[in-house]
Design a protein around this ligand. Structure first.
Ligand code: 6R9
Length: 739
């Protein structure tokens, strides 16, 4: 199906895309935040304010930290005038955004193709076919969306070679900031030309290991320069990368190795995380053995990067399988041919959690993802050449794919790559990094902000953060208190906050408060649909909710960076995202539209939990808990948590005759670590008595009731409990005398 006629509500384009997108406001006098093209490590900046000062950062937006009287966070804050005046802008005003947005949805084919032509295509897509064709209705045939099918390109070429060829080879791509801040010789910068050479050497090493276009390559590495290098090298030769977060357990890695069908894994001997040394190679070895034993899957080659930064010197190597990275790359040439691939060929598969136990391998393709990642990076963060960008996400998550590896490099940006954690050696680490590199755009998670806010304002004010112009957040709804702290203490009320809503599946930003003149920011609200995104709210019967109201957030039209399938299971992709509301992509999130038409995310409507911005399915957690021999059954719900957003609250039913105790608690904790990883930490364990969990007559657990009990609301009105098979279960759960 090609695009139907433009929706009536959307006006025809008023101006060409090129003129609107390229318009820049003249650089205003006053606070200039940048204007430098960084070529070497900048000197450490002097502190803006004294470390000992507990003064609030920004009158009149004073912070509530360090003993000052708390004040409620604001409900609306205009995009700050000082940000608007001190910077150039891709979008001059809200009206300009609206014009461009209307073009993007009225004629997506023309709009996105104009942008796509800014990239290098070895072979253009066919001129006589629509750039996009799609079907979102599984009752009408297979679900699909294709963008620029038949065109041949390469995302690595567009991210690196293009810039080097244009004379930007000496620009810094990465400032590497190691785990420790004592500069043990590992702090370094990598230019675009150097990165291209490293990527080519790596591509040659992957080719030597037998990897060809279409093959899977798994990485199990810490955050650092090598991880995006491997991703880009895989992309250069048309291979499909699957980055597995280094915090996942061997069992979780084994399942992903098998699901990705990867014969080659790249890992690291180990890595320092804060004060700890994490032996990654040992975990990868265990995973390779498990993959063989449990899935019959063979890994033929393991490339092992030396992590550096101390730690284990001796890592056992399996002859014929394990190769030190340095050895594999030693003789490799620093140029490598580009494998031109179809726009619709897969670029990567990233596993994420769904509402069943099995992880979902979300597949993105080359062309659409490239255009979506680059365009959203540019507009959401108002990225301008010369800006220094810093995203704290690990490439193990989608944020590290789109907004570390691809979006910034496609724009030729200079960024900080951070191996460490925000609280090591102290809670001022991020702000020290901002000051050191004069960071202009910071992108982090609400959970990090909440824990840094708790540490106190002095950690921020000890450093000069005045270079910041855009403050991004991602991963979960941001609470207004954390928003306010970010805005007024970190940003000194002079940087704009971009609360970006999106998903692994959407590939790129979907709803964002774009940094434009005329927009009033609302703390906690993601606000505006991004270019080309047509959101809708549906009630539970699938009726469209117009105007103010609440409902299931869906997307009604294809957008370039949308997922294309789930690895090896297209049926699951259709049933998960398209069957409940045929014709729409279902996000799994709820949302509310306010009187201004702005969208507020209200949380997941399915059985997916979000702890510290990491997605976890209740089913994955439950099946791990049930893996402990004395456990009969488990049900997990999320409860609000001050720092992690949500925390796990587990109701556990034990085998007859078994009593809950500390030993069992430790066994459950160990099982969760082993099956998933340390991120799966149960905050509260609730031993359930002999009557078991609240279930309907058909055996479905009433999670709504469990959520009420977990949050202490069980003593109040429990709502309709008529579907409960055994109402006395509730008395037992609430510790009341059982009727
Ligand atoms: C990018 C990413 C996606 C889920 C998503 C939603 C939640 C992410 C959010 C947000 C409210 C935001 N989420 N950003 N909720 N406001 N700004 O996080 O991808 O790991 O796939 O998680 O995270 O629930 O559905 P992913």
């Amino acid at each position: 199906m090609a695009f139907a006629a433009s929706p009536a509500a959307l006006r025809p384009p008023a101006r060409s895309l090129a003129s609107a997108a390229c318009r820049r406001l003249p650089a205003a006098a006053g606070r200039r935040r940048k204007g430098r093209s960084p070529r070497s490590l900048p000197a450490v900046s002097p502190p803006r304010r004294a470390a000992a000062s507990s003064q609030s950062a920004s009158p009149p937006q004073a912070s509530a930290g360090d003993g000052a009287a708390p004040r409620p966070p604001p409900t609306e804050v205009p995009v700050p005038a000082s940000y608007l005046e001190a910077n150039e802008h891709h979008l001059g005003s809200l009206a300009e955004y609206e014009t461009l947005y209307n073009q993007s949805v009225a004629d997506p084919d023309a709009f996105w193709s104009t942008i796509a032509r800014e990239f290098y295509w070895e072979k253009p897509w066919p001129a006589d076919a629509p750039a996009v064709s799609w079907n979102f209705d599984p009752t009408a045939g297979p679900v699909y969306a294709h963008w620029w099918k038949g065109g041949r390109t390469n995302i690595c070429y567009n991210a690196l070679d293009v810039h080097v060829a244009a004379g930007r080879g000496d620009n810094v791509a990465f400032f590497f900031e190691p785990n420790g801040d004592d500069d043990d010789g590992r702090r370094r910068s990598v230019t675009y030309a150097e990165l291209l050479a490293d990527v080519c050497r790596t591509a040659n090493a992957l080719t030597a290991a037998g990897i060809r276009a279409g093959d899977g390559v798994v990485t199990y590495m810490p955050m650092g320069v090598q991880l995006p290098t491997v991703m880009l090298a895989a992309a250069r030769i048309g291979a499909v990368h699957s980055v597995v977060f280094g915090g996942f357990s061997p069992a979780a890695l084994a399942a992903r190795l098998a699901a990705a069908g990867a014969a080659v894994i790249v890992t690291t001997d180990g890595v320092g995380r804060g004060a700890k040394w994490v032996p990654l190679k040992a975990a990868a070895d265990e995973a390779i053995a498990l993959a063989a034993a449990e899935y019959g899957h063979t890994v033929t080659t393991q490339l092992v990067v030396r992590g550096g930064g101390g730690g284990e010197a001796d890592v056992p190597m399996v002859t014929g399988r394990d190769v030190w990275w340095d050895d594999a790359l030693a003789g490799a040439a620093d140029t490598a041919p580009v494998v031109w691939v179809d726009a619709e060929d897969p670029l990567f598969c990233l596993f994420t959690s769904g509402s069943t136990g099995a992880p979902k391998g979300v597949v993105h393709t080359v062309g659409g993802y490239m255009v979506g990642a680059a365009t959203t990076f540019k507009f959401s963060f108002n990225y301008m050449p010369g800006d220094v960008y810093f995203c704290t996400a690990d490439c193990g998550w989608i944020t590290g794919h789109t907004y570390v590896t691809y979006g910034p490099l496609l724009n030729g940006a200079t960024q900080v790559i951070f191996e460490g954690i925000p609280t090591y050696p102290d809670a001022g680490r991020l702000w020290a990094i901002v000051a050191r590199y004069r960071v202009n755009i910071l992108y982090t998670a609400p959970t990090a902000l909440r824990s840094l806010k708790r540490a106190g304002d002095a950690y921020v004010t000890a450093h000069d953060t005045s270079s910041l112009k855009v403050l991004g957040t991602v991963g979960e709804p941001i609470n207004p208190e954390a928003w306010d702290w970010y805005y007024s203490v970190v940003g000194d009320a002079s940087a704009t906050v971009v609360d970006s809503y999106w998903q692994t599946e959407t590939g790129a930003h979907v709803i964002v408060p774009l940094p434009v003149a005329g927009l009033s920011l609302k703390p906690g609200c993601a606000q505006l649909p991004h270019l080309g995104i047509v959101p809708a709210l549906l009630d539970d019967n699938g009726n469209v909710v117009e105007g103010e109201g609440e409902g299931n957030l869906v997307i009604a039209r294809p957008w370039p960076s949308a997922l294309r399938t789930l690895m090896g299971d297209h049926g699951r992709m259709e049933s998960t995202y398209f069957s409940r509301f045929p014709g729409y992509y279902m996000t799994g999130d709820g949302a509310r539209r306010d009187a201004d038409g702005h969208l507020w995310l209200t949380g997941r409507i399915d059985d997916v939990l979000n702890v510290s911005g990491h997605r976890m399915g209740t089913a994955e957690v439950e099946s791990a808990i049930v893996g402990v021999p004395s456990v009969a059954e488990a049900a997990v719900v999320g409860i609000p948590h001050e720092v992690t957003g949500e925390a796990l609250y587990a109701f556990v039913v034990l085998m007859p005759g078994v009593e809950g105790n500390d030993g069992l608690r430790a066994a459950i904790t160990a099982e969760l670590r082993a099956r998933i990883g340390p991120i799966a930490r149960v905050e509260t364990l609730h031993w359930v008595g002999g009557r078991g969990l609240p279930k309907t007559r058909s055996g479905k657990i009433l999670r709504r009731l469990l959520r009420l009990i977990a949050t202490g609301g069980g003593e109040g009105d429990l709502g309709d409990v008529s579907t409960l098979a055994d109402p006395s279960v509730l008395d037992e759960l609430l510790g009341r005398p059982v009727a």
